[in-house]
Design a protein around this ligand. Structure first.
Ligand SMILES: Cc1ncc(COP(=O)(O)O)c(C=O)c1O
Length: 457
């Protein structure tokens, strides 16, 4: 970037850091925004400018950016036992406490938890366990895994393979061969003219059934789905979608892994997305708000049926040959435990139910804006779809990058949102208040109006 002091944070950033999910050449030429501090739902950049973080970072900083109790919980654990592992018959107290707590609040009966450092690793572990399970029960041919178009399950080789994000495949030689993908339940974009939500959900279930039959049910092991889709575009499914999908999975004996990495811990107005949509998974992955994002930690919870199979094959093999050095890290476990305590003490789910409608109404008011086609959400999770023509559902030309334009204008007005194509996602910290929601919507309105003038729309 021209004109920068060579020792400025921006210059050193460009010199030394590879940014993630970023176009690297433009970044080198233009740089980005560097955050220095956090305060409640706000982050403050190195120049002192304050932003409402309406994405809670990456859908994760549920308690905002200045919760001292989490800092103290981490510090105390660093003093008591800064590191230990769960390999070779050893363990530590923080992981025991956290596993017990998680199993006690699981939305459906779960038997055990495994800990990793990220959502990707939780899903990667789930994929390995799907294969291990089928080997254990004598069905080694049942190995294919189905994800959904636009699904987002992570960045490891396996979790990106089950994801359905075209841009994350470019140049990376994924997905792996045993992964398949079925339709995405984005009703507004993908319904046929005259098709009701109910009929659309029927079609989604039929697409899944057709895929399973085409592959051969005896080869299909598992299906991964997020209760609500985040990285796919902040998409809430039609009301009956999940009941119909689960019926198909049961019919063909396909395991169901619910990816609660975004939806878990209050986001949808219940502790779990599984409760909001009545899901009956065999495994649940979660991360992000598990520790309010103050420490990198994820969990995979597994049902007793899965655990019994793992135990039996591990007895045969002489070990359960899986694990991460930093899986169940004690500092992350301690921070996660404190996070769950805060959720209970402050009745975070009740709070989301109380303020969620204000966000959906505030954003819903933009449904009539000339740039907007559709607004949908649940709890404190919403997507605003930008459309050239709402009635005919004509999108903007991709090269116009209208979503990015709105996102950049919002940033100028002190609001961080995320454009996923032309869909703008909102998942603010769960502690957001009604007045703050009002201010968030006001700033978004400024961005939309400016975008409208720029586009001459
Ligand atoms: C639903 C879902 N699953 C998994 C992941 C991957 O999590 P991580 O980035 O912690 O690996 C994400 C990340 O955004 C996600 O949204």
């Amino acid at each position: 970037m021209d004109g920068l002091n060579a020792n400025s944070p921006h210059a050193r950033d460009i010199r030394y850091l590879v940014h993630q999910q970023t176009e690297l050449r433009s970044y080198r030429e233009q740089g980005g925004t560097l955050m220095a501090r956090g305060n409640g739902i706000h982050v403050i950049d190195e120049s002192g400018k304050e932003y409402i973080e309406a994405m809670a970072g990456l859908w994760c900083a549920s308690l905002g950016f200045s919760e001292k109790r989490l800092a103290e919980a981490g510090y105390q654990q660093l003093l008591d036992l800064p590191y230990y592992h769960t390999f070779f018959g050893k363990g530590h107290l923080a992981s025991v406490d956290l596993a017990e707590k998680l199993i006690s609040i699981a939305p459906k009966p779960m038997a055990k938890a495994l800990f990793q450092c990220s959502g990707s690793e939780a899903n990667d572990t789930a994929i390995k366990l799907v294969w291990y399970y089928h080997n254990a029960i004598g069905k080694p041919e049942k190995k294919k895994i189905i994800g959904r178009d636009r699904g987002y399950h992570g960045n490891t080789v396996a979790s990106v393979s089950v994801s359905g994000q075209p841009h994350m495949r470019l140049g990376f030689d994924v997905p792996l061969p045993m992964f398949r993908h079925t339709s995405n339940p984005h009703y507004y974009r993908l319904h046929q003219d005259g098709e009701t939500e109910e009929q659309f959900a029927d079609r989604m279930a039929k697409d899944l059934e057709d895929l399973i039959l085409a592959e051969g049910p005896e080869t299909v092991a598992a299906f991964f789905g997020e209760p609500v889709q985040g990285g796919g575009g902040a998409i809430t499914p039609p009301r009956t979608y999940w009941a119909k999908i689960q019926k198909v999975l049961k019919k063909y004996d396909v395991l169901f892994i619910a990816d609660e990495v975004i939806a878990g811990f209050g986001r949808t107005g219940n502790m779990w997305g599984c409760e909001t949509y009545d899901l009956q998974p065999d495994m649940i992955s979660c991360a992000k708000a598990l520790s309010a994002a103050y420490q990198p930690i994820s969990a995979l919870m597994i049902s007793d049926k899965i655990y019994q199979a793992l135990e039996s094959l591990s007895a045969t093999n002489g070990t359960f040959g899986h694990g991460f050095t930093y899986g169940a890290h004690p500092v992350a476990c301690a921070v996660a435990l404190e996070t769950l305590k805060i959720y209970e003490e402050r009745k975070i789910v009740d709070h989301v139910r109380a303020v969620g409608p204000a966000m959906l109404e505030g954003l819903g008011a933009f449904a009539e804006h000339p740039l907007v086609g559709d607004v949908r959400g649940v709890g404190l999770f919403a997507g605003v779809e930008l459309m050239k023509d709402r009635e005919t559902r004509t999108p903007w030309a991709p090269e116009q990058k209208v979503g990015t334009l709105v996102q950049d204008l919002a940033l100028k007005h002190g609001l961080i949102v995320r454009a996923i194509g032309d869909r703008i996602a909102f998942t603010p910290p769960l502690i957001i208040t009604e007045p703050q929601i009002g201010e968030m919507c006001r700033r978004f309105g400024l961005a939309l109006d400016e975008a409208r003038s720029e586009l001459g729309a």
